[in-house]
Design a binder for this molecule. Structure first.
Ligand code: ADP
Ligand code: MG
Length: 167
């Protein structure tokens, strides 16, 4: 397990971290299960939005507050394409489980199938699924710090550590 702390004094710093995180994800070239922790308004969705845009998504990024999950499919940039191992497309699922009344909804919704080892799963409010969701590769925890935020990133797997080392 490894841990790193990042100071994000304003929204621009969060957007810049999203870019660094996106570059780390590109270099890691693997599916990753990421938990986003922090109160309402902590900046979880802001971070996901910055990451998706930096990965090449050009459209809107809506908060999945009501839909529970928003899927994205990103075509890698030409210079990211590695014949041997890079996927042709990058599937990303952005979850927000805030509205779950019961962890069993995780099973009922069939969300387990999204965690296939290839997709990037970014989950806000993973605690709402209880233990059913399993351990992430990486958790990004946001706390208020004055006008800004502090992000504590923790890796729980070799993949997660690899990504975190590149941030
Ligand atoms: P969450 O998804 O955690 O509920 P949002 O990302 O929707 O939070 O909203 C966070 C709010 O905080 C937004 O108004 C955003 O502009 C602001 N914000 C995000 N990151 C920072 C930061 N590093 N410093 C200050 N304000 C931030
Ligand atoms: Mg949110």
């Amino acid at each position: 397990l490894s841990e790193r702390v990042f100071e994000l004094p304003d929204e621009a710093a969060s957007l810049a971290f999203g870019e660094r995180f996106a570059n780390a994800l590109r270099a890691t070239r693997a599916g990753l299960h990421v938990h986003l922790l922090g109160d309402l308004g902590a900046g979880k969705t802001t971070l996901v939005r910055a990451t998706l845009h930096a990965l090449g998504h050009t459209g809107r990024v809506r908060s999945p507050t009501y839909t529970l999950v928003e899927p994205y499919r990103i075509v890698p940039r030409e210079d990211d394409v590695n014949e041997l191992e890079a996927p042709r497309v990058y599937d990303i699922y952005h979850f927000d489980l805030y509205r779950f009344a019961d962890p069993a909804e995780w099973i009922e919704a069939g969300f387990r199938e999204y965690f296939d080892g290839h997709a990037l799963c970014l989950v806000e409010w993973p605690q709402k699924a209880g233990a059913l969701i399993g351990a992430p590769d990486l958790s990004l925890s946001l706390d208020l710090a004055g006008e800004g935020r502090v992000l504590t990133a923790r890796a729980y797997s070799a993949r997660g550590k690899d990504c975190l080392d590149r941030c």
